[in-house]
Structure formats: structure tokens, C-alpha cells
Ligand binder design. Structure first.
Ligand code: UD1
Ligand code: CA
Length: 461
């Protein structure tokens, strides 16, 4: 079966009060229109061949460039003359005898299963309509049914009679129908209505007249069909989305201290028996192994964390790979290119960048380790800095297995410290240190016996 998904995204969204086109505002770190595209793309399977069309208008160039490289076809609707007119702009690129599924760039969270159901109904010749019953249906198109409960029309709020205003079943806008029928009906739409627009919804009455079965189904949750017109609605959908992410983490084996205080903005894969405390943000591609513990207020982006690792409070990890049983933080910052082998420790106020840290090595306090390769069981004392940047170029620091770097050492790269070497505290190491050697550059301590402290001068002198 051929499926053409038409996503309407030409509207202005003036109530967002934003320079950004509405459909580019994000839910869970991903633009709303991208959510719709991704969900629709999951309709692609052995029996369905899906093509996606995005109807753009306001902010067309921005929407287009945000979707660059993706297999979508753009149809420009230069003037917004209504939803029927919008769908018509995409039709020249839609295959014959194909199922057309109409979706909305500002309705981001419709489930693929709901879409699938609609496609199947339309595939069997029906017009599939997604409707919902609302306590307050004001503003929505109403679903008009006949005496035998069959859908016969949709009337827009502004065109409805007082009697029709009482109907609580409303049109979500989402529908699916064969493209041959759409091509027959769309040219017949008229704009003689309260808004002077070509309403897509007028095809419902045409379908009823043509004897096409109209099959109205409902989504499992109202949020699936909730559109975003302003930032309050955006925040409501964000919270609903986040609660679902939290539930999926719990279902898969993570204990969350508070499901309403974790945010997922990407794809998270987890093992079992994780513990995640409050105010944790997981972004991009994140993989967390069995029994990982994440203490409060941590931010993890694009990283892999091995089983049994503990990430203590207020730690930031970005583009890093952490092996099993490591101990990180509190207040650690692992920057891009950090790789920690098993049982490594990175403690408070330590920043690492492009640092490869061997098994069991420790950088426990107040250090900067950048552009560095550390062997196994290295001990880096408090306040150690790799001086990796000379103002022009970055250089590498290499530290061998079992080396001991005394506190407050400056390692002036490029430099190598040999295996089992020792560097005395307070040294500035600018030459390589041999294996097993002690290197120390500390100034000799001087002492003046019976030193007299200065005395305070009298005031007024
Ligand atoms: C539409 C439906 C209404 C339904 C409601 C659900 C019609 C005529 N009415 O009304 O029955 O209850 O959605 O939210 O379809 N758009 C374009 N080009 C246009 C017009 C609209 O791309 O020329 C896009 C908008 O960007 C928006 C969507 O279509 O994403 C819906 O348009 P909108 O004008 O908000 O329709 P409603 O009046 O809300
Ligand atoms: Ca709307």
C-alpha cells in the first residue's frame, strides 16, 4: 500500500509571540514538526510505503532548513487560504490510489499506533476521522451525526448553529482517505463560509453524499491530538511527554525518585535497577548500564555510562564514555572526548576534556585534565592542571601506569610522565619524566630564624 503523509505547517502561530515558526518550537528537545515526521515514518513497513509531504508557508525557509537532508517533500502554500487549500498544495506530488494521512505540524504527540489505525481504515476504502469529546468544545469543528449515528458532516464553530454548538464531539483535524477521492473532492471546495477559507472539513459531507463510509475513531489520550497555539499549551504537552518518558524508564527498570522531576530530551537506553534522583536531565543519545546511580541535579548529554557507576550530585557529562563502576562527582564536569575506564574516579571540581583515563585511576579534587592519556592506577593530586594550550596549539600530556602526580602540579604539554614515576607537589613539569623517577621543580624552602613580624603603625602618623 502506498501512504502519503501530508503535514500542514504553513500557519503563522502568532500567539507563540516568536520569531521562530511555531512548528519549530520544541517538545522534549525536538521540534514539533520533527515529532510528527518521526512518528509518521514509523508507518513504513513491509506493507506500507510512506512518502511525507510538509506544507510550508510562514517561515518556510526556516522550516525547510531545519529538516534538511530528510526524505520529505515540501509543498509551498504561499497564502494561507485554509486547510483544504493547504492539502491541495501537496496533492500534485501524491501518488494515485494512495492513502493520504493528514497531520498537523503543531500537533506533535499523535501516537504511531493511532496513525496506523487510520491508515488501515482508509486502506480499506473508508474515510478515517480522528475525533475527541471535549468538555469545552468551543472553537473546534463539530462532528455532525445523523439519526443512525453516522458522521455526515463537520461544521466549523464559526459556522455552527446554537444547537450544533452543544455537540461535544469535535474534529481533531487528523483524517485519512484515498488520494483519488481527495483529488475529486478538493477542487469542489468553496470558500463561502464564515472565515472565507477552503475548509478541508467540507470533504466529510461530500464523502457522506458519495456513500463513502466515514469511520470516526478516538485516540487513547486527549494529548495525542492536542495542538499548540501558545507557550502555555506547549508547556502542557512538554509535561505530558516527560511523564511518558519517565514511565518508560520505570517500566524498563529504573527507580525514579520523582517521575515529575526528570527530563528526557532524546533517546535513553537503560539496563536494570538504576536509581535516578531528582532534577536530572538526559539529552541526546544516552546509554546507562545496570545499577547506575545518578544523584540529584545532573545533566548528561550524548554519553554512555557503564554498569555500577555512580554519578554524584551536580555533575555534568557531555559526549563522554564512562565504563563500569566509576565514581564521578559531586560537581564534576566531563567534557567532550572524555573516556573513563572501569573504576576510574573523577571527583569534585574536576574538569576533563579529551582525556582518556585508565582503569582505577583517580583525579579526585580540583583539577583540569585536558588532551591527556592516563594509564592505569594513576593518582592525580588535588589542583593538578594539564597546561594543554599555549595560546595557539593544543598539546598532549601522557601519564604512565601507576604514576603519582603530587598536588598542585602544572604539566606543561607536550609532556610525558613515565610509569610509576612520582612528581613532587607544586612542580611545574615541562620536560618528560622517566619511569620510576621522582621529578620535583619546587623552590627550596628558606627559613629566617627569630623572624620579627611587622608591627601596626599608630593611627594619624
Ligand atoms: C481546524 C479544523 C477544525 C478542527 C481544528 C482542530 C478546518 C477547516 N478546521 O480548525 O475542524 O476542530 O482544526 O484543531 O480544517 N494551516 C495551513 N494552511 C492554511 C490553514 C491552516 O497550513 O491555510 C495549518 C495551520 O498551520 C494549523 C492547521 O493547519 O497547523 C490548522 O489550521 P487552523 O487554522 O488552526 O484550523 P482551525 O481553525 O483550528
Ligand atoms: Ca487550530
Amino acid at each position: 500500500m502506498s501512504v502519503d503523509v501530508v503535514i500542514l505547517a504553513a500557519g503563522q502561530g502568532s500567539r507563540m509571540k516568536s520569531k521562530l515558526p511555531k512548528v519549530l518550537h520544541k517538545v522534549g528537545g525536538k521540534s514539533m514538526v520533527q515529532h510528527v515526521i518521526d512518528s509518521a515514518s514509523s508507518l513504513n513497513n513491509e506493507s506500507s510505503n510512506v512518502h511525507t509531504h510538509v506544507v510550508i508557508g510562514h517561515g518556510a525557509e526556516l522550516v525547510k532548513s531545519s529538516l534538511e537532508g530528510q526524505p520529505v517533500n515540501f509543498a509551498l502554500q504561499a497564502e494561507q487560504k485554509g486547510t483544504g487549500h493547504a492539502v491541495a498544495q501537496a496533492m500534485p506530488a501524491v501518488a494515485e490510489n494512495s492513502v493520504v494521512l493528514v497531520l498537523y505540524g503543531d500537533v506533535p504527540l499523535t501516537k504511531p499506533e493511532t496513525m496506523q489505525q487510520m491508515v488501515e481504515l482508509a486502506g480499506s476504502g473508508d474515510l478515517a476521522l480522528l475525533t475527541v469529546n471535549l468538555k469545552d468544545p468551543t472553537g473546534y469543528g463539530r462532528i455532525v451525526r445523523n439519526d443512525s449515528d453516522q458522521v455526515v458532516a463537520i461544521v466549523e464553530h464559526k459556522d455552527a448553529t446554537p444547537e450544533q454548538h452543544k455537540i461535544s464531539e469535535v474534529n481533531t483535524g487528523i483524517l485519512a482517505v484515498n488520494s483519488n477521492l481527495l483529488n475529486e473532492w478538493l477542487p469542489k471546495l468553496s470558500s463561502e463560509n464564515a472565515q472565507g477559507e477552503y475548509y478541508l472539513t467540507d470533504i466529510i459531507a461530500m464523502a457522506a453524499d458519495n456513500g463513502v463510509a466515514i469511520n470516526a475513531i478516538q485516540p487513547n489520550a486527549e494529548e495525542e491530538v492536542q495542538g499548540v497555539n501558545n507557550r502555555i499549551q506547549l508547556a502542557e504537552l512538554e509535561r505530558w511527554y516527560q511523564l511518558q518518558q519517565a514511565e518508560s524508564l520505570m517500566v524498563n527498570g529504573a527507580t525514579l525518585a520523582d517521575p515529575s522531576r526528570i527530563d528526557v530530551r532524546g533517546n535513553v537506553k537503560i539496563g536494570q535497577d538504576l536509581l535516578i534522583d531528582v532534577n536530572v536531565v538526559l539529552e541526546g543519545e544516552v546509554v546507562l548500564g545496570d545499577e547506575v546511580v545518578i544523584e540529584p541535579n545532573c545533566y548528561l548529554k550524548n554519553c554512555t555510562v557503564g554498569a555500577g557507576t555512580r554519578i554524584k550530585a551536580n555533575t555534568v557529562i557531555e559526549d563522554a564514555v564512562v565504563a563500569e563502576n566509576c565514581d564521578i562527582g559531586p560537581f564534576a564536569r566531563l567534557r567532550p572526548g572524555t573516556q573513563l575506564a572501569a573504576k576510574a574516579k573523577v571527583g569534585n571540581f574536576v574538569e576533563t576534556k579529551k582525556a582518556i583515563v585508565g582503569e582505577g585511576s583517580k583525579i579526585n579534587h580540583l583539577s583540569y585534565i585536558g588532551d591527556a592519556i592516563l594509564g592505569k592506577d594513576v593518582n592525580v593530586g588535588a589542583g593538578t592542571i594539564t597546561c594543554n594550550y599555549d595560546g595557539v596549539n593544543k598539546s598532549l600530556t601522557e601519564i604512565g601506569d601507576n604514576a603519582f602526580i603530587g598536588s598542585n602540579t602544572a604539566l606543561v604539554a607536550p609532556v610525558k610522565v613515565g610509569a610509576t614515576a612520582t612528581v613532587g607537589a607544586g612542580s611545574t613539569i615541562s620536560k618528560n619524566v622517566s619511569d620510576d623517577a621522582l621529578a620535583v621543580t619546587r623552590a627550596k624552602q628558606a627559613e629566617l630564624k627569630n623572624w620579627q613580624r611587622p608591627e601596626k603603625k599608630e593611627k594619624g602618623n
